[in-house]
Design a protein around this ligand. Structure first.
Ligand code: TXA
Ligand code: MG
Length: 384
């Protein structure tokens, strides 16, 4: 009898313990940036664990970029197809060579150094021929090229330094969903995964953050292909190289346009987000090419729609909620993902996005925003 009571007592304790572990350990943890947390997170990365961290573009899901097992955890947690390579985050151009990441010609190195000098630390990613002996295959998605960038966010820089290795990091969202721009976004995406995941919160958010992903430039010989648009555009690349004395008659700068067929997981994605639906809210999302003031004049019933639009002068009363992206293109970029996530939390019949009123442009921002919105909406258009 006593024996049975003892067994019952022990199994109750084990049950409580397991529930405790599930509730408090196997879940995402957000800790604010401070020297002890940075040291701990650096240790986690070096030893094969994942850490969500802020950058000046979007939050990344980081792992030791030279450890293929650690990198495979990124693919697993994000549910990311294995044909989509990841970016290595480093501190400054010299780390490309210290870690022996690339095998490139001296001319390619000159181009790289010139562009890194012009745009780093910052939202420019370079794709170059990889040193296959150093860069794990899953970082390259099995291809021969590696991508890398040196972020400017102080917490990202501190984390890379503490880790002592390149940090492989895609955006921290679940594959296909809207990229995260705050720690709470990452927390929400993994809250129900039942995994222990550490996230770094910025103590002071960067005022001049980009809010959308880095521009990606592939450099091979004299050819620079823009695989993904971002704030740094074609014109700035041209100017930087011309200023440095490169013969611009020989250098070709062009955009890469190809979209993988839906469901194609066998081809190595040469450029990001080529899978058609990307950066996408769960709610049906539409784009509109007219200023939101039209919402006031339309006969369409918008009472169950959320409108996200640049230029708050045109705020509409007729919809479920109006979210302003801000006046300038820079503000629009900074607020786009945040607004899409906010809109997605509301129970609506649809989200309508318009950046028609954002008239100014900075580098490649407008093009980049158009691309994001095209993918988020799968080019669904709504007439107002
Ligand atoms: O701003 C950013 O770049 C953010 C922050 C966290 O740094 N990162 C980011 O990573 O946007 P991700 O994985 O969401 O988008 C990077 C894209 C991938 O979709 C991939 O297709 C492309 O970059 N990419 C990475 N390595 C590549 C490579 N070796 N060749 C061609 N494209 C590559
Ligand atoms: Mg991404």
């Amino acid at each position: 009898m006593h024996f049975l009571l003892l067994i019952g007592f022990i199994s109750t304790l084990v049950g409580i313990y397991q529930r405790f572990i599930k509730k408090y350990i196997y879940r995402p943890h957000v800790l604010p940036s401070n020297p002890i947390v940075i040291w701990f997170y650096g240790w986690l990365i070096r030893n094969g664990f994942l850490v969500g961290f802020p950058t000046e573009t979007v939050f990344g899901m980081g792992a030791n970029g030279l450890d293929s097992i650690a990198v495979s955890k990124i693919y697993d947690i994000k549910q990311r197809p294995s044909n989509n390579p990841v970016i290595l985050h480093i501190n400054g151009i010299e780390e490309v060579f210290e870690h022996n990441l690339v095998i490139i010609t001296s001319h390619e190195e000159k181009i790289l150094r010139c562009l890194a000098e012009a745009f780093w630390d910052g939202p420019a990613t370079f794709v170059m021929r990889a040193n296959l002996n150093v860069v794990p295959s899953n970082v390259r998605a099995g291809g021969n090229f590696v991508s890398f960038r040196s972020p400017s966010h102080p917490d990202a820089k501190r984390l890379i330094k503490a880790a002592g290795c390149p940090i492989a990091a895609p955006s921290a969202n679940k594959y296909g969903y809207v990229s995260p721009t705050q720690a709470s976004d990452v927390l929400g995406d993994y809250l129900n995964d039942g995994r222990c995941l550490f996230i770094l919160d910025e103590t002071t958010p960067m005022l001049d953050s980009d809010g959308i992903e880095s521009a990606i430039f592939k450099i091979v010989g004299n050819t620079i292909t823009i695989l993904r648009s971002g704030r740094i555009g074609e014109g700035q690349v041209f100017t930087a190289l011309a200023k440095a004395g490169f013969n611009m008659e020989q250098i070709v700068i062009s955009y890469f346009i190809r979209v993988l067929e839906e469901g194609d997981t066998s081809t190595v994605a040469e450029a990001p987000g080529q899978h058609y639906r990307h950066y996408s809210p769960n709610t049906l999302t539409f784009r509109s090419s007219v200023a939101p003031s039209f919402a006031e004049r339309t006969n369409r019933d918008l009472s169950k729609y959320v409108i996200i639009a640049a230029n708050n002068e045109h705020a509409s009363e007729k919809c479920l909620k109006y979210i302003s992206l801000g006046k300038t293109i820079t503000e629009t970029a900074r607020n786009l993902y945040k607004s899409m996530r906010e809109a997605d939390l509301l129970k609506s019949d649809g989200i309508i996005i318009s950046i028609a009123s954002a008239e100014d442009n900075v580098g490649g921002l407008k093009r980049a925003l158009e691309e994001k919105i095209d993918r988020a909406t799968e080019k669904r258009f709504i007439e107002l």
